[in-house]
Design a protein around this ligand. Structure first.
Ligand SMILES: *Cc1c(COP(=O)(O)O)cnc(C)c1O
Length: 199
């Protein structure tokens, strides 16, 4: 990890069964700068326990919870144009919602796949006071596979989709545990956030 890389502890699903708060305490003491969780409830539990570090929910959060996330300083994924439309009524310029833009580079779960759609949504976000892009991320499907061809395809797609951003978001994160372990040199230059999980 270089000086520009920060480490967030992925403690989703009750820290993979090890206990959310217990693992959060240990991870923070060990130097984790922030946390990633699976659902909004886990983020709120961390806030209720007094954790003030940055928190990102990795799973899709219902748009009607945008205000709840924003007032608790919890970042959520921006997954597609419909999510933004549905969240609009819940956005508040006094408490801007931080979002991490999800890019689907081949995982096939959540995120933008088209540069043009992404550009349009980012332009809307720029004009909306109640929402701010704080990060961008993708998830590699085969980072632990000895055959790196699909991984390389995802890297190329990621770089294509990143062209849609006029400004590079504060957090660029692609490195789940397997990517951190097996592909550090490939991703070091453009990933500003590494992940470590308790799995
Ligand atoms: C779960 C998750 C991670 C962490 O994955 P591990 O394989 O547990 O390290 C990273 N990024 C995203 C988007 C995730 O959902």
């Amino acid at each position: 990890m270089d000086d520009h890389t920060e480490l967030f502890a992925v403690i989703k699903a009750d820290a993979y069964g090890h206990g959310l708060l217990r693992v959060a305490r240990v991870a923070a003491a060990a130097g984790a700068r922030g946390f990633c969780v699976a659902i909004l409830d886990e983020a709120l539990a961390l806030r209720a326990a007094g954790f003030t570090q940055p928190i990102l929910v990795l799973g899709v959060v219902s748009p009607e919870y945008a205000a709840l996330a924003a007032t608790n300083h919890v970042a959520v994924p921006l997954v597609d144009a419909d999510w933004l439309t549905a969240a609009q009524p819940y956005l508040d310029a006094q408490h801007p919602l931080a979002v991490h833009v999800a890019l689907d580079t081949g995982m096939g779960r959540i995120g933008f796949r088209e540069v043009t759609t992404l550009q349009r949504v980012l332009a809307t976000v720029e004009q909306t006071a109640g929402i701010q892009v704080n990060g961008v991320f993708t998830h590699f499907a085969t980072a632990d596979d000895p055959d790196t061809s699909y991984f390389q395809q995802q890297v190329v797609r990621f770089q294509e989709l990143m062209q849609a951003f006029r400004v590079r978001p504060r957090y660029v994160h692609v490195s789940n545990t397997a990517t951190s372990l097996w592909h550090a040199p490939a991703t070091a230059t453009w990933s500003a956030l590494a992940w470590v999980s308790t799995a």
